[in-house]
Design a protein around this ligand. Structure first.
Ligand code: F6P
Length: 348
């Protein structure tokens, strides 16, 4: 059997571990031919981006970040005859089954193709940890580790200069990276998309802390946090520009700058912002993400072998289980109230 593998959406540490596991078990244990599909769904919409993957191609890639298959945010259903092109490319290369490694968007496309009869198994990836139906996505642990280290380092400057340091982290519409790195890094306030921010309350917390004799504060803010203003009492997003991608997503970013300026204006505490950006997605994966990626890859090729298509592999507790793809479509796994309320004990 010929199995195609693609990675779509934002790159993420641990992708190469998944590709390596699929290729190794697929070739050695099942005798499959594995084809790499380059640049996500684009690799099936366009010609010339499908190439065989052998053991040598995947040797030595375990500690490497990014994806050897490269990636894109292509949505074939937004391209003229895109879906037909995808199935035609699969047919041309004799690809009978696909393993799709991606986030909410890429797996959403996989669910559509699966409903059309394409044999697909999904693997959930994203630093955001926001895929519904799995307890963890690989990449998240690395992003939290990088953000925590950054917060630890930022403490030094905050303390030395009596400053408020605002650290903006990624995570799109889920606050997992902010909450876990903020907790691990001892942040004094954490703002997440699940709770539109009230800056009066943030300033009260910081003032109280400074009145207790603390000379600095660390605020961690997730890029997708909305700010409540008089004009937008429900909260509004801060975006980098007006652009929207093929999945309808705005480019988030800039909330940290806004929050730092407001704190300085209202409290007269010298404030600075650090936007961590893509550093959170870059570089070598943690051991946890290498192992989780490997477990996902092995389970995905096992599902192909069992003929259990239309599912993605998910971590539930300590086990990897198959979950129907349609269960994650249109949903986002967000931070629950209890977890945030626990973190609030350390605010201010
Ligand atoms: O989904 C991963 C992610 O890093 C989000 O946290 C972030 O909003 C987005 O991708 C950034 O996308 P891009 O790399 O296309 O700017």
């Amino acid at each position: 059997m010929k199995v195609g593998v693609l990675t779509g959406g934002g790159d993420c540490p641990g992708l190469n571990a998944v590709i390596r596991a699929i290729t190794r078990k697929g070739i050695i244990r099942y005798g499959y031919v594995i084809h790499g599909i380059y640049e996500g769904w684009k690799g099936l919409v366009q010609d010339g981006l499908v190439k065989p993957l052998d053991l040598a191609d995947t040797s030595g890639i375990l500690p490497r970040g990014g994806t050897i298959l490269r990636t894109s945010r292509t949505n074939p259903f937004k391209i003229e005859n895109g879906a037909e092109k995808v199935t035609a490319t699969m047919k041309k290369h004799g690809i009978e089954a696909l393993i799709v490694i991606g986030g909410e968007d890429t797996l959403g496309v996989a669910a559509k193709f699966s409903a059309m009869g394409v044999k697909i198994v999904g693997v959930p990836k994203t630093i955001d940890n926001d895929i519904y139906g799995t307890d963890r996505t690989f990449g998240f642990d690395t992003a939290v580790t990088i953000a925590t280290e950054a917060i630890d380092r930022i403490h030094t400057t905050a303390e030395s200069h009596n400053r408020v340091m605002v650290v903006e982290v990624m995570g799109r519409h889920a606050g997992w990276i902010a909450l876990e790195s903020g907790l691990a890094g001892g942040a004094d306030v954490i703002l997440i998309p699940e709770r539109p921010a009230n800056l009066d309350e943030v300033c009260t917390l910081l003032r109280r802390r400074h009145e207790r004799g603390k000379v600095f504060s660390i605020v961690v803010v997730a890029e997708g946090t909305q700010v409540r203003t008089q004009a937008h009492p429900e909260g509004e997003f801060i975006t980098q520009d007006d652009s929207i991608d093929q999945f309808g997503h705005v480019r988030l970013g800039g909330i940290g700058t806004f929050v730092a300026k407001e704190i300085e204006k209202r409290l007269k505490f010298e404030s600075r912002v650090v936007i961590l950006g893509h550093i959170q997605r870059g570089g070598t994966p943690t051991a946890f993400d290498r192992v989780l990626g490997t477990r996902y890859g092995i389970s995905a090729i096992d599902l192909v072998h069992k003929g259990q298509f239309g599912h993605f592999v998910a971590l539930r507790g300590s086990s990897i289980v198959p979950v129907p793809l349609e269960e994650m479509v249109g949903k986002v796994r967000t931070v629950d109230d209890a977890f945030y309320e626990m973190a609030e004990v350390f605010f201010g």
